[in-house]
Design a protein. Structure first.
Lengths: 114, 116
């Protein structure tokens, strides 16, 4: 069966510090991968998605970047965090080719930038 | 532009009563609609989806949703609410023509509070 791992679960970082959040998927190959951000426990904003190794699409301009160094690994990064980067970050995956399929979400990372 | 609206920030219902969480959408082309549930500090869990066919879709945990094309709605329903149904519910629409990327546009979410 497929599983998605996301860590850390919580993170408190000072303004200006770097960020690295990691997400890995097991039990499938060549998944489509996504990073979402949820602010204040409400709506989700799609940040990045990837359809393959090294292929990253950005949905909104921001202080963050994403990378996919391996097939089932997706990393969200920042060189210098801003207060506005605080939020709940969710990684998700989707089976390639399953056009009407559902997204599977990780358990999320609560990031607080102070 | 594609969009999803959940007009209620919160829905309160007594345990055992029927519940409805509302969702309306705006898309060009055929809509592919989803409902997800989120428990505190957790990721989202898939409940059900509408792609085509029967307008009444049944999903997990006794939930169902009715697709209404003329009203552009996809309301989530359950005949008898449980306290454990209390959570944050998201409606989402998959944009037509975005190949197989699975990009979903989410509503702002509706908090369901079921009281004993």
């Amino acid at each position: 069966s497929q599983t998605i791992h996301q860590w850390p679960a919580t993170l408190v970082q000072p303004v200006g510090s770097p960020l690295s959040l990691e997400c890995t998927v097991e039990g499938t190959s060549n998944p489509n991968l996504y990073w979402y951000r949820q602010a204040a426990g409400r709506g989700l904003q799609l940040l990045f998605y990837s359809v393959g190794i090294g292929q990253i699409s950005s949905e909104v301009p921001q202080n963050l970047s994403a990378s996919r160094p391996q097939d089932r690994q997706f990393i969200l990064s920042s060189k210098k965090l801003l207060l506005s980067d605080s939020g709940f970050y969710l990684c998700a995956w989707h089976r390639t080719g399953e056009i009407y399929g559902k997204l599977f979400f990780g358990s999320g990372t609560q990031l607080s930038v102070l | 532009a594609q969009s999803v609206a959940q007009p209620e920030d919160q829905v309160n219902v007594a345990e055992g009563n029927p519940l409805t969480v509302k969702c309306t959408y705006s898309v060009s082309g055929n809509p592919y609609l989803f409902w997800y549930v989120q428990y505190p500090n957790r990721g989202l869990q898939f409940l059900l989806k509408y792609i085509t066919g029967d307008n009444l879709v049944k999903g997990s945990y006794g939930f169902e949703a009715e697709f209404n094309k003329s009203q552009t709605s996809f309301h989530l329903k359950k005949p008898s609410a449980l306290v454990s149904d209390s959570a944050l519910y998201f409606c989402a629409v998959r944009t037509y023509g975005s190949s197989n990327t699975g990009k979903l546009i989410f509503g702002q979410g509706t908090t369901l509070q079921v009281k004993p």
